[in-house]
Design a protein around this ligand. Structure first.
Ligand code: HEC
Length: 134
């Protein structure tokens, strides 16, 4: 299991997402962790789209029935850890959204990218940090 320190010493600010696509850019010399942070920085630039109310209801249904099956019906933990505000407080929203989108390879945490867009994952991450319970 990989523990990611999401403390204040991580700087995404100066990262240029374009360097991902430049030969000899970040991907060539970077650890998987650096690539994760790079990708987090890249989606953090995505437009803050509004999520339509119907779609919000669908995402919350997914949270209850799919996430809840592993993280507990009240998100207080099960096979996966609790997804409570207390636990997620220290997370950068974008890293949280990345974990939701790409999962945790090598663990049962699956990627939700086929079902959620970047904006939807970020919306869900923000709701989890607020302490939403399905
Ligand atoms: C098949 C089981 C399963 C499902 C379904 C699942 N998860 Fe997970 N999730 C896990 C496991 C197991 C971990 C812990 C992975 C590890 O060991 O690092 C995890 C980790 C996480 C983490 C990181 C938490 C932390 O503190 O390390 C987040 C955030 C998360 N899941 C969100 C979600 C969301 C949101 C959904 C639904 C869209 C979801 N998960 C659905 C099993 C699942």
């Amino acid at each position: 299991m990989i523990e990611i320190n999401v403390g204040s010493n991580i700087k995404l600010v100066n990262f240029n997402p374009l360097s991902l696509f430049i030969p000899g850019g970040i991907l060539k010399h970077s650890s998987p962790l650096a690539i994760l942070f790079a990708a987090a920085a890249a989606i953090s630039g995505a437009a803050q789209a509004q999520i339509a109310p119907d779609r919000q209801a669908e995402i919350l249904y997914l949270l209850k029935h799919d996430c809840g099956s592993c993280h507990g019906m009240r998100l207080e933990g099960g096979l996966g850890p609790a997804l409570t505000a207390e636990r997620l407080n220290a997370w950068e929203s974008d890293l949280l959204a990345m974990t939701i989108l790409y999962g945790r390879p090598g663990t049962p945490m699956p990627p939700w990218r086929p079902f959620l867009t970047d904006s939807e994952a970020r919306w869900l991450a923000a709701r989890l940090k607020e302490g939403i319970r399905p």
